[in-house]
Design a protein around this ligand. Structure first.
Ligand SMILES: Cc1cc2nc3c(=O)[nH]c(=O)nc-3n(C[C@H](O)[C@H](O)[C@H](O)COP(=O)(O)OP(=O)(O)OC[C@H]3O[C@@H](n4cnc5c(N)ncnc54)[C@H](O)[C@@H]3O)c2cc1C
Length: 422
């Protein structure tokens, strides 16, 4: 009889899932298989501290080798799983190398890969993507000798890299196809703030920019051409236009896939056997607009961790439901953005603080209920909003608009206790 769990994808969600299985008392073998050459590491610093030379792949690892051996988690790196056969009693996952991993239980934590853009010149030296420590090392090396940096895509990763390159004295241009920055994640008010903040720091930002091709000489990128005919000089181009969930194994297993592996609130896939968690999973979320979209694929550390905990419990047959309030952060220059909740479908905004002073929070309301906040350099507001959202406390918008009272004073002590107890 087959025993044990195989987890495919050794990063944020995979490591958490393995650790949670042990915390929940699982004594069977656990094999965590990843294709990357490194032990699992944190990705967020790759666009922040890593590019400043303040971190290395080794310094970013989640756990020591002792941790894996003490917890009897077999960590396998450099093995890409290419096929899986399974039935209700288990199965076998086979790597490209031919190595086989038998399992009774299977978890997919395969994450995501950068969306590629197929323009002429994409293959030129200097055109870069950023997902892995290997990508970051290459980008760091390219940036070191660059003068002109072009970032295609005004999302979080692109803006973080742009801010770092600008602080290092490069000429930086951000090209965003949409009419505003970070349009998928924040409201117009926060987008407008970031546009002004990056411009203040000397970054050129072009909105509604339509890239048509990359220009080069001797196989090296030299510029980016826009539909307007403008050519922006570039020694390095970073493309940060979102990611695509890695669903190839799920598809091979015949699992339901729709912008990620479709799972229920217990992280269970459509076969009722396999679990999936993290960036690869499309999950129901209680914070979404009632009557509107009811599921979402989130790309955040917090989601990967919380969902992996739920997936571990589900694999062991324990009841668990994903119901946490999403949160996220992004560091751009000296601006720390912290987001609590999901602001989609908001019908009212309360502004606290002063965007001009680069310290403010935007609170989002829907039908009179606080649903989310973007907090820029206001960590106490972020903690207060998370506490309020976690506890379900009602904070009327007129009270939130009273700037004479700090938000944390408006969060009931019980609400803060719920968060601290989490
Ligand atoms: C540059 C950068 C900055 C970020 N900044 C932030 C931030 O500030 N805040 C935040 O909350 N989030 C941030 N994120 C997002 C966050 O890192 C991800 O949400 C998180 O890593 C998701 O974890 P995961 O385990 O689901 O997926 P991943 O981290 O993508 O890990 C999946 C792993 O599975 C492996 N894999 C896939 N298929 C196979 C296979 N067939 N065989 C073997 N291995 C396989 C992949 O190689 C990968 O190592 C950032 C991401 C990046 C890239």
């Amino acid at each position: 009889m087959r025993t044990g769990t195989v987890i495919i994808g050794a990063c944020q969600a995979g490591v958490q899932l393995a650790s949670s299985l042990r915390e929940l008392g699982d004594t069977e073998p656990i094999v965590l298989v990843g294709e990357e050459p490194h032990a699992p590491y944190q990705r967020p610093p790759l666009s922040k501290a890593f590019l400043k030379g303040e971190a290395t792949a080794d310094s970013l690892t989640f756990r020591t080798h002792e941790f894996y051996s003490e917890h009897r988690i077999e960590l396998v790196t450099r093995e890409r799983i290419v096929s899986i056969e399974r039935d209700a009693s288990g199965g076998v996952a086979t790597a490209e190398s031919g190595r086989r991993f038998e399992f009774a239980r299977l978890a997919l934590t395969t994450g995501a890969v950068p969306r590629q853009i197929p323009f002429d010149g994409s293959e030129l030296e200097g055109v870069s993507y950023l997902r892995t420590a290997t990508d970051a090392a290459l980008l760091e090396q390219r940036l070191a000798s660059a003068t002109d940096v072009v970032v295609v895509g005004g999302g979080f990763i692109g803006l973080e890299v742009a801010a770092g390159a600008r602080a290092a004295g490069k000429t930086v241009t951000v090209l965003e196809a949409a009419p505003r920055l970070v349009g998928r994640a924040v409201s117009e008010a926060t987008s407008a703030f970031y546009l002004a903040a990056h411009r203040r720091r000397g970054t050129r930002v072009v909105l509604n920019a339509q890239v048509t091709r990359f220009l080069g000489q001797h196989d090296r990128v030299t510029g980016v051409q826009l539909a307007s005919g403008d050519v922006i000089p570039a020694d390095v181009v970073l493309i940060g236009v979102g990611v695509i969930a890695r669903t190839e194994l799920a598809e091979q297993l015949g699992l339901m896939v729709d912008n990620g592996i479709v799972v229920d609130a217990s992280a269970l896939c459509s076969d009722g056997l396999t679990v999936a968690a993290g960036d690869c999973a499309n999950l129901p979320n209680p914070s979404l607009t009632p009557g509107g979209i009811d599921r979402l694929r989130l790309e955040s550390v917090q989601n990967a961790v919380e969902q992996a905990k739920v997936a571990a419990a589900t694999l062991l047959g324990l009841p668990a439901v994903y119901s946490t309030v999403p949160w996220f952060w992004s560091d751009q220059a000296d601006l720390k953005l912290q987001i609590a909740g999901l602001s989609g479908g908001h019908d009212q905004i309360v502004l606290r603080g002063d965007p001009e002073a680069e310290k403010f929070s935007v609170l989002y309301y829907r039908a009179g209920q606080l649903i989310a906040a973007d907090c820029v350099n206001r960590p106490l507001d972020f903690i207060a909003v998370r506490a309020i959202l976690h506890s379900g406390q009602h904070l009327p918008s007129d009270r939130a608009a009273d700037l004479t009272v700090p938000l944390k004073k408006l969060a009931l002590p019980a609400a803060l206790a719920v968060l601290i107890g989490k």
